[in-house]
Design a protein around this ligand. Structure first.
Ligand code: ADP
Ligand code: ASP
Ligand code: MG
Length: 429
């Protein structure tokens, strides 16, 4: 008998019928002898609806006090889900109980809307499991030291599930979603995308951080830190499929590189439309200028991603970087009011119609010319590269948003990801 954590995303919980299907699937696992903890998301569209209501009431909720209330509002979506799922499980004849994060409790820091899980007390849940119950716990949320409800950032139910699996040393955490695994790129953008049978942890971490929202990045970090066996699979297969078959389906996140495996150079393509670019033009090219600009941005708690500084011309240079699109206006305002006067910069300009496209693969470590192949295939499509950033296992470019799909498709083809045979043993059947 193993302890298994199932996580079901919003689409999988999207209607009473789907919730009943989830219950039937969980009941099948329970009857097979497993102890089951289930972590559902809010029903699809619900978190957006709740945050939309908040925005109507208060368009510019930014202060910690206001963010606290956003979490109070957004957390209710999952509270409804756990209650509905526990009811559906009871209707299946199981003894099931639902908890909100604070009832477990799942403890987090106090960074409202993007809180981090600090600890999970599993005593109550363990007691229930020992009594033969199925335990249903809200995704996406916890409680800070002052007993305020916090949420973990969009897509945070993945992180709740993996963190619970880690804390309880579960045998496996299964992330059920609306696709049947992790693909070479988002199958909604590239229909030729292929499901990966396995993906190594480092690649999954890059894919998630570069925009593939199939797993929230913090869930992958948790899985890596605590070595949680993690699998992404479909919630849309018939609930009564053979359990052994189901347990092997989807994509397994692996922690050891398989030496025998034929390694693709590029395993996947990620993209992200959530960024915006800002440029401080005509700043004096002298020591300390980068820290002067980025220091002010960091002080405002704004995360910076890709950074580029142009070659100096007449002792003046242009300094560009990207931020999350939600922080775009705030960054522009801050640069214009504080940084421009302090540095004597000529002008501050911005562009929020950009996107970042990245190629990811541990095979890049042992291959040269991967980035140049990327740049060549983009240039053949007439796509101008505005910024570049690289690491050992990824290369990202910032381009005009309107070319995003074209770029992703071109790169998917250029790196042979369209070809079912070329990516070797990693491709699933
Ligand atoms: P859930 O509600 O189950 O958490 P999400 O919408 O958060 O589901 O994540 C699943 C979605 O992630 C898929 O529908 C797919 O469009 C998208 N996605 C992006 N990149 C990938 C990828 N590389 N492989 C699979 N799905 C991806
Ligand atoms: N319901 C939350 C969201 O929409 C959390 C999640 O779905 O993982 O972001
Ligand atoms: Mg998700």
């Amino acid at each position: 008998m193993a302890l298994i954590v199932h996580k079901y995303g919003g689409t999988s919980m999207g209607s009473p019928e789907r919730i009943r299907n989830v219950a039937k699937r969980v009941a099948k696992w329970h009857r097979a002898g497993h102890q089951m903890v289930v972590v559902p998301s809010a029903m699809s569209g619900e978190t957006n609806r709740l945050l939309g209501l908040a925005k109507e009431v208060s368009p510019a909720a930014q202060t910690p006090q206001m963010l606290r209330e956003l979490d109070m509002i957004a957390s209710t979506g999952e509270q409804v889900s756990v209650g509905l799922l526990a009811l559906a499980l009871q209707a299946e004849g199981l003894d099931a109980v639902s908890y909100s994060g604070w009832q477990v409790p799942v403890r987090t820091d106090a960074s409202y809307t993007k809180a981090r899980i600090e600890s999970i007390d599993d005593r109550r849940v363990r007691g229930d499991l020992s009594a033969g119950k199925v335990v249903v716990i809200t995704g996406f949320q916890g409680m800070d030291d002052a007993q305020n409800i916090t949420t973990l950032g969009r897509g945070g139910s993945d992180t709740s599930a993996v963190a619970i699996a880690a804390a309880m040393k579960a045998a496996e955490c299964l992330i059920y979603t609306d696709v049947d695994g992790v693909y070479t790129t988002d199958p909604r953008i590239v229909p030729e995308a292929k499901r990966l049978h396995t993906i190594c942890f480092e690649e999954m971490l890059e894919m998630a951080s570069l925009g593939s929202k199939v797993l929230q990045i913090r869930s992958v970090e948790f899985a890596g830190k605590y070595r949680v066996p993690l699998r992404v699979l479909s919630s849309f297969t018939p609930w009564d499929i053979n359990i052994d078959e189901e347990a092997k389906s989807g994509t397994l996140i692996t922690f050891e590189e398989d030496e025998n495996m034929e390694q693709a150079v590029v395993s996947g393509i990620a993209f992200n439309r959530d960024e915006a670019k800002v440029t401080v033009m005509g700043v004096p090219d002298k020591p300390g200028i980068a820290s002067q600009i980025l220091g002010a941005v960091a002080d405002a708690n704004i995360d910076v991603d890709v950074i580029i500084q142009n070659v100096s011309n007449d002792g003046k240079t242009d300094f560009s970087f990207t931020v999350h699109r939600n922080d775009y206006q705030r960054t522009l305002d801050l640069l214009k009011t504080q940084v421009q006067p302090a540095t004597n910069a000529a002008q501050v300009v911005g562009d929020n119609k950009i996107c970042k496209v990245s190629i990811v693969g541990i095979g890049m470590r042992s291959h040269v010319g991967v980035a140049s192949k990327m740049f060549r295939s983009l240039s053949e499509e007439g796509i101008n590269i505005q910024m570049i950033s690289t690491s050992e296992i990824k290369t990202s470019v910032v381009i005009d948003e309107k070319y995003m799909e074209l770029a992703v498709r071109a790169l998917h083809k250029a790196f042979d990801l369209d070809d079912p045979n070329a990516a070797g043993a990693k491709i699933g059947s």
